[in-house]
Design a protein around this ligand. Structure first.
Ligand SMILES: C[S@@+](CC[C@H](N)C(=O)[O-])C[C@H]1O[C@@H](n2cnc3c(N)ncnc32)[C@H](O)[C@@H]1O
Length: 278
């Protein structure tokens, strides 16, 4: 089951990567997460579940030529786009590596900052996952985890699932791991249980505009809903698309909710890692 979520996530985001750049919120939330870290020139950063580089690239700019950023992700197509963007932006201090963040072999306390934006909910055991990321943070360093808040992409999300349900009721409620942790208290609790006590947690309300009803389908194709679309046959995809876009139009939905929750914890300078390598 755990490997199923991982395989579905890798496949979904491999396919969705080509639509990421049509959705400015990925870059915006990546940049806003990095803004919370107070990165300094020369620092070493890990971006876990880095996708196409939404947080890794602004981090690379912040740490400058003497700093380094390592981005890891399961999706090679996403990383290929991230590498291309790094080249375009003249950033040579960032490396993108295909790896499972639960298995990648990295030295404990190696990083000044570890970032995970919209990735933690893919880890089957989120507490173990955050604990593992926390172990990679050096004493005095910090960990930033960003998740989606409640009602992601509503009111259009409900219309999407209704249209999917008319075709394949078995898929409804199937792949939407981002709903596992959406409240500030739940994210704070996750940090605390992972040993990263007293994070600063901030909930931020937001919206994504739909200039045209068809823009909703770009959201579907450029996000985790792609996993559900991939399980429909092409005729069913066409019907779900038509039905959903028609409902967005009929209800005059002009924007969808993009609420997020940011958490940042600082590791005390005197903290030492105890136990096996993560
Ligand atoms: C919603 S995307 C977010 C990407 C990026 N952080 C951003 O904000 O644009 C989630 C990413 O997590 C990756 N992912 C999921 N599980 C992973 C794992 N166990 N190890 C590495 N990457 C993983 C997926 O491949 C996908 O690219």
């Amino acid at each position: 089951m755990a490997e199923d979520i991982k395989a579905a996530a890798a496949a979904a985001y491999a396919a969705a990567a080509d639509h990421f750049d049509a959705l400015p919120f990925w870059e915006r939330f990546g940049r806003r997460t990095v803004d919370r870290l107070g990165l300094r020139p020369g620092e070493r950063v890990l971006d876990a579940c880095c996708g196409t580089g939404a947080s890794a690239l602004p981090a690379a700019r912040r740490v400058g030529p003497h700093g380094t950023v390592l981005g890891v992700d399961l999706s090679e197509p996403a990383l290929a786009l991230a590498r291309a963007k790094a080249r375009e932006r003249g950033l040579s201090n960032v490396e993108f590596r295909v790896a499972d963040v639960e298995r990648v072999d990295l030295a404990p306390e190696h990083f000044d900052a570890v970032v995970c934006v919209f990735g933690v909910f893919f880890l089957p055991d989120m507490v173990a996952g955050v604990r593992r990321l926390w172990r990679l943070v050096r004493p005095g360093g910090r960990l930033a985890v960003t998740v989606w808040g409640p009602r992601l992409f509503e009111p259009a999300t409900g219309e999407f699932w209704a249209a999917v349900g008319a075709e394949r009721p078995d898929l409804v409620g199937g792949f939407h791991p981002w709903t596992r942790v959406t409240e500030p208290a739940a994210l704070a609790d996750l940090f605390t249980r992972a040993g990263a006590a007293a994070p600063a947690v901030v909930a931020e309300a937001g919206t994504h505009p739909l200039a045209d009803p068809g823009d909703w389908w770009t959201v579907v194709l450029g996000t985790g809903y792609r996993a559900t679309v991939a399980r429909l046959d092409p005729e069913a995809v066409a019907r779900v698309r038509a039905a959903t876009v028609a409902r967005v139009e009929a209800r005059a939905i002009r924007e969808v909710e993009t609420n997020v929750v940011y958490a940042v914890a600082g590791k005390p300078s005197g903290a030492r890692h105890i136990g096996p390598r993560p």
